[in-house]
Design a protein. Structure first.
Length: 241
């Protein structure tokens, strides 16, 4: 039979391991740069994309973010929202094949946006807003390769493509899914999650996956304590008999 002390020690170990696993998984889930909402209707007009950049380093700050917009399926009418403490530089590229719209023919599009001058500290994230006039309607998704530069000179390249049916790569590029639907009002599908406030905020408060994992960890901890209680009760019963 387990003694009371042994049972409590084992229960504590189970709870600690569960919590450690949750924190590790939550950190991994939040570390990726993402775009919000994660989906829009094909050909949507007059909308906003928010690039969420978390700092995954403990000893360095994020000091520069470079987002590359696709030119094979261009995003038209890109405008950058001013961000306190950050300077945005917009680079344009001439299209190999001009795009005809109701307002005329588009020959040049934004291909890169670089934010610099600010800082994202450890445990925080920053939202960068980009308005668009129209999304393409001839593809199912858009990938935005991104470079993240830290104050110690390290550069993380979020450029890997996620293959369907395969595991997510270590440094995936932010991906916007384009779905069939009404695109006239520029609104995202109902399944898309809205962006949170744009100021720098604590990373732990913004990732729904992390919250789900946290709940799972608490459940595991409770189950460990319940198991300990059962063992204690059995031990006392055995001694009394």
């Amino acid at each position: 039979m387990l003694s009371t002390r042994t049972a409590l020690r084992r229960a504590g170990t189970v709870a600690a391991l569960a919590a450690a696993g949750v924190l590790t998984a939550a950190g991994v889930a939040f570390a990726h740069i993402t775009v919000h909402p994660d989906s829009y209707a094909k050909g949507a007009t007059d909308g906003v994309l928010t690039f969420r950049v978390p700092n995954e380093e403990d000893t360095a700050d994020t000091t520069k973010v470079q987002v590359f917009l696709p030119t094979d399926h261009p995003v038209l009418g890109v405008l950058v929202t001013p961000q306190d403490g950050w300077t945005a530089k917009v680079t344009t590229t001439r299209l190999k094949t001009p795009v005809k719209t109701d307002d005329g023919t588009i020959t040049d599009v934004v291909s890169q946006i670089t934010w610099s001058g600010g800082r994202i500290r450890s445990g925080e994230y920053q939202d960068f807003d980009v308005a668009f006039g129209q999304l393409p309607d001839d593809t199912d998704q858009l990938g935005f390769k991104t470079l993240q530069t830290y104050s110690d000179g390290k550069v993380v390249r979020w450029i890997e493509e996620t293959q369907k049916g395969a595991e997510e790569p270590e440094n995936p590029a932010p991906v916007l899914k384009l779905t069939a639907g009404t695109a006239g009002d520029g609104s995202a599908p109902m399944t898309a999650s809205p962006s949170e406030p744009k100021a720098t905020a604590k990373a732990s408060s913004s990732d729904s996956t992390a919250r789900g994992l946290g709940i799972a960890g608490l459940v595991a901890g409770v189950l460990g304590l319940v198991a300990a209680g059962v063992a204690i009760a059995r031990g006392r019963s055995a001694r009394s008999s």
